[in-house]
Design a protein around this ligand. Structure first.
Ligand code: NAX
Length: 328
């Protein structure tokens, strides 16, 4: 039997975790031939609930699930992990603004970054879902100096998925007809879904959808505000769709991206598109199927797009400023 891949997940007793773990165990993320050991990392007071989740995982009788390990600390929880999915974190409480959220989560990701540095497998790949995910990934990356920077990513795949679904509905086509939708920037309401290079059955979106006002205003604001709209409708934040996007993110990372398409991931900026190097910025990327990726750098952005990139970059710089004492 192939050696199992060790997948560590934080926040597994939470809402996203409850959908995510079963998708991972079923093989949706790493394929039907890859056995998995789940290393579930919670805070001590959630361990009892986590035991219940582990019982349900047992009851799923997943062929690929070679082990379930429960931990109440990241040092043990990330030991030998090949993939770390950092989902858990401090939720935004009543009256908290984004800056409070950034500040409250910072120390969690310092500790987790250090634990990854010291205990995870040499080939570890990290994806951050817990918000503010770009800045949390930045903190974890800075706390793990022995792990190559490009191994740290944050999730904007849910935004890409939301944008694709919206375009498909508008154009009356299926989601699989949509390609090349890039999400740029922060996973927040400043993100920029870049539709000018997006294709519907090979044709550029602005040539297929004639309502350009809708594209430039409603499309962008709907993708940016979708998280809030879900909270208003459901009374709770997106969970199943976020879990599904997390599965997509990791699967894409280990799958060769078709030459004529790309996927969106927040990764350390190399300076591409004039964005400050080192910020965790969402870009269109192409993955090589072996766990490496390259930023797609050849999109010709117009002034409209460049302006949007500047706004979201500025927000990431502000967030970085708040946590600068945590960055080494
Ligand atoms: P929940 O509050 O349901 O669950 C969070 C879980 O994390 C809890 O079980 C909690 O005990 C655990 N936790 C807290 N601190 C921890 C720590 N230091 N180590 C390990 N576990 C810890 O939140 P849920 O709905 O599951 O959302 C999780 C995170 O995803 C939130 O930060 C949320 O904002 C973020 N999201 C990110 C999205 C994205 O696209 N990047 C979209 C969905 C979601 O909003």
């Amino acid at each position: 039997m192939t050696t199992p891949i060790r997948v560590a997940v934080t926040g597994p007793a939470g809402s996203i975790g409850y959908s995510l773990l079963f998708r991972i165990a079923s093989g949706s993320m790493l394929g039907p031939d890859t056995p998995i050991i789940l290393q579930l990392v919670e805070i001590p007071r959630a361990m009892q609930a986590l035991e219940g989740v582990a019982m349900e995982l047992d009851d799923g009788a997943f062929d690929l699930l070679a082990g379930i390990e429960l931990y109440d600390n990241p040092n043990d929880g990330f030991k030998d992990a090949n993939i770390c999915m950092l989902v858990g974190g401090m939720p935004r409480g009543k009256g908290m603004v984004r800056a409070d959220l950034v500040e409250a989560n910072g120390p969690i990701f310092t500790g987790q970054g250090k634990a990854i540095n010291d205990h995870a497998a040499d080939d570890v790949r990290v994806m951050v879902v817990g918000n503010p995910c770009n800045t949390n990934a930045l903190i974890a990356m800075h706390s793990a100096p022995d792990v190559p920077n490009e191994r740290f990513t944050a999730m904007t795949r849910l935004d890409q998925n939301r944008g694709k679904a919206l375009l498909a509905k508008k154009a009356g086509v299926s989601v699989s007809d949509i390609s090349n939708l890039a999400i740029f920037g922060n996973h927040s309401n400043t993100m920029y879904p870049h539709f000018f290079d997006t294709k519907i059955n090979g044709k550029l979106v602005p040539d297929v959808i004639s309502d350009h006002k809708w594209l430039e205003e409603d499309f962008i604001s709907t993708v940016q505000g979708r998280g809030k709209a879900i909270i208003e409708a459901r009374g709770a934040s997106s969970a199943a769709s976020a879990a599904s996007a997390a599965v997509d993110h990791v699967r894409s990372w280990f799958t060769e991206t078709p030459k004529d398409d790309f996927v969106s991931m927040a990764v350390p900026s190399t300076g591409a598109y004039g964005i400050e190097e080192g910020l965790i910025f969402s870009y269109p990327v192409r993955c090589d199927g072996k766990g490496s990726y390259e930023i797609v750098e050849n999109l010709e952005l117009n002034d409209f797009a460049i302006e949007k990139l500047k706004v979201t970059e500025a927000q990431l710089k502000e967030e970085r400023e708040i946590v600068k004492h945590l960055l080494k």
